[in-house]
Design a protein around this ligand. Structure first.
Ligand code: SF4
Length: 98
């Protein structure tokens, strides 16, 4: 699964396809890729928080489960990664990670 998420090339097709201009598929692919590697564990909570906050700051829209991103992704990145990002983010929200 880590290597599936690692296939993301950052092309932005997911954002372009989304009616909300959400970058959740791209961000979740990066968070999943690193969160699933042993080397990525120490910073996993802080990474999820920081990447979501940066995504919001950049003005990307919210995910409303349209899944057009998955349909358009040339690398077959699954929306399951968005669910993982949400779990990572919620988990981090309950800790004092900044
Ligand atoms: S469309 Fe797929 S490969 Fe391109 S940035 Fe989005 S998740 Fe990554």
């Amino acid at each position: 699964m880590s290597f599936d998420a690692a296939a993301c090339i950052g092309c932005g097709a997911c954002v372009a396809a989304c009616p909300n201009a959400s970058a959740m598929l791209f961000v979740s692919a990066k968070v999943s890729h690193l969160a699933l590697l042993p080397q990525g564990q120490p910073e996993s909570k802080r990474r999820a928080m920081n990447m979501v906050h940066q995504m919001d700051e950049e003005g990307f829209g919210m995910c409303s489960n349209v899944t057009a991103c998955e349909a358009e992704c040339p690398k077959g990145i699954s929306v399951e990664n968005i669910a993982r990002l949400n779990r990572e983010y919620i988990g981090a929200s309950f800790t004092s990670v900044k």
